[in-house]
Design a protein around this ligand. Structure first.
Ligand code: NAD
Length: 318
């Protein structure tokens, strides 16, 4: 399995995984449309880093455009598709639900259908912890009943069901990855950590939802990509679903207290956002069993590393 297509290669997880797989000697085709949900400058910077490797081949393609996708696949030999391109973020799904249907459902179908058309046997895709909704049975296990509370989570639940049907009907080997709050360098500016850094460095007030009382199962990007590298080699017949989480939820207010120890930032506590779930806390037993050893880095060390990366690369200005 040498030739891999990564959709959403200009995105946070897509970029970091592509980077690792190139180092491991894979040939990577990357596609992305530089969607402007957040800074396209960050996305272009990521792709420019990847383009330094001669085994990286990038195309600006919108996954909702079936005709262009058909042409793209016709000309290339691909062994595995890793599908990350999506409209991410739960809060924006209250503002623009249609985009989630267009990109995450129609776009998803366009990509997975290429497996059938081009006889590509292996398909890995991003699902999300959002499929669980406001469950209280922690840690969340993969076989729990799914009850998403926003259109984003619903789009991911539907992705899992579509993958199940493709796996059954066309013998596609699928793995769905339920990511839990991934953070780290080249992270997403619409997520908590980078928003906090931006507010602090810009001397702005940071607005903290749910009075900081929610917990998130923060998972470090380099732990995630190391696990994905192993998962790729574990693809087997059928459809597997895996939580990608550290199983170590952290209360957001504790992170703020830690940050405030040596930094002066004005934090305003506000009520819970309608699209958010209160807590996320996943079980990673299934993941650990599959790949034997899942390294989980210390949260506060990696939080500090992420801050240093943010400052060094002047991300606030992008
Ligand atoms: N980061 C997390 O904590 C997290 C958590 C749960 C699930 N996920 C899922 O993991 C995947 C990757 O997330 P991410 O954090 O890297 O997000 P991201 O937004 O950084 O990456 C997604 C990429 O998809 C691209 N894209 C969007 N619409 C497109 C279209 N129509 N055609 C082509 N490309 C398009 C974007 O330009 C972006 O570069 C997504 O499917 C996301 O829903 C991420």
């Amino acid at each position: 399995m040498k030739n891999i297509l990564i959709t959403g290669a200009a995105g946070f997880i897509g970029f970091n995984l592509t980077n690792l797989l190139l180092q491991k000697g894979y040939k990577i085709f990357g596609i992305d449309n530089f969607d402007n949900y957040y800074s396209t400058k960050i996305k272009k910077k990521r792709v420019n880093i990847l383009k330094k490797d001669k085994n990286f081949f990038f195309k600006n393609i919108d996954i909702t455009n079936k005709v262009i996708l058909n042409n793209f696949f016709k000309k290339r030999k691909i062994d595995l598709i890793i599908h990350f391109a999506a409209q991410a973020g739960v809060r924006y799904s209250l503002v623009n639900p249609k985009k989630y249907v267009d990109v995450n459902i129609h776009g998803f179908l366009n990509i997975i259908d290429q497996t059938r058309k081009n006889k590509i046997k292996n398909f890995i895709y991003a699902s999300s912890s959002s499929v669980y909704g406001d469950s209280k049975k922690f840690p969340l296990k993969e076989d729990l009943h799914l009850n998403p509370k926003n259109i984003y989570g619903l789009s991911k639940k539907l992705n899992e069901q579509i993958a199940q049907i493709y796996s059954n009907q066309f013998n596609i080997n699928c793995i769905g990855l339920r990511f839990f709050t991934i953070y780290g360098d080249w992270g997403r500016p619409d997520m908590f950590m980078l928003k906090l850094f931006k507010a602090y460095l810009g001397k702005k007030t940071f607005y903290l939802n749910n009075f900081g009382n929610h917990k998130r199962d923060f998972t470090y990007i380099h732990d995630v990509t190391a696990a994905l590298y192993k998962i790729i080699k574990k693809i087997k017949k059928g459809h597997q679903i895996l939580n990608i989480c550290s199983n170590r939820p952290i209360k957001i207010l504790d992170i703020i207290k830690h940050f405030k120890k040596n930094k002066n930032i004005n934090v305003k506590l506000i009520k819970m956002h309608r699209a958010d779930v209160k807590d996320t806390h996943g079980s990673n037993t299934k993941l650990k069993k599959l790949i034997n050893n899942f390294k989980i880095s210390n949260f506060y060390d990696c939080f500090q590393k992420t801050y240093e990366w943010y400052v060094k690369n002047n991300i606030k200005e992008l």
